[in-house]
Write a protein that binds this ligand. Structure first.
Ligand SMILES: [Zn+2]
Ligand SMILES: [Zn+2]
Length: 186
């Protein structure tokens, strides 16, 4: 288990809350997006600004984080490969529980349900896994440039949205033309 770096942009210090249930703090900050925030075909560009608007609230078991994150998205249409630029806003909500056990003995390495719980480490919390999950969940499985994108022509690869009515009498793929030529030579 690596310990958190308090200077990392997505690590928040909750010490100010003093573990007093009910105490709150607003956190508004813009952080550079970590790498691979999103899915392969659509993601928040690494280093681009992510606007965080959060509330940290101490509760009995830990610190409750609620708020939103806003960021730019870039990717490509799953059907026609046209570049997509978009924005995303996700809701964040997570309870980070106080975890004092690791001060005293090793956490059990069995990989049980404990792993699903977000914990505070020395009063620091790591927003990155929360942000990552929220962004990935909010993204469409197949991003499209527009809902009814007709995709690419299977014949010539042209983008059908630009030229919806075009047709082919015969295959014009140059590779086919070459093959035909070879056959004629023999
Ligand atoms: Zn498209
Ligand atoms: Zn075509």
């Amino acid at each position: 288990m690596t310990s958190l770096d308090p200077r990392a942009p997505l690590v928040l210090d909750t010490r100010e809350l003093g573990r007093r249930p009910g105490s709150q703090r607003e956190v508004t900050r813009t952080v550079p997006a970590p790498a691979e925030l999103g899915i392969e075909i659509l993601a928040v560009p690494e280093g681009s600004p992510v606007d965080l608007d959060l509330r940290l609230e101490a509760v009995m078991e830990g610190v409750l984080v609620t708020g939103t994150a806003r960021a730019a998205l870039e990717g490509e249409c799953a059907r026609c490969l046209e570049p997509i630029s978009d924005e995303i806003e996700v809701t964040l909500q997570e309870l980070y529980v106080y975890d004092d056990r690791h001060d005293h003995h090793e956490r059990n390495a069995g990989g049980d349900a404990d792993d699903e719980v977000s914990t505070l480490e020395d009063d620091l919390l790591d927003l990155e896994p929360l942000l990552r999950d929220a962004v990935v969940l909010a993204l469409p499985f197949q991003p499209l440039c527009r809902d009814d994108c007709p995709g690419l022509c299977t014949e010539c690869g042209a983008r059908l949205a630009d030229d919806p009515d075009h047709t082919h009498d015969a295959p014009i793929d140059p590779r086919w033309a070459k093959l035909t030529g070879l056959q004629q030579d023999q």
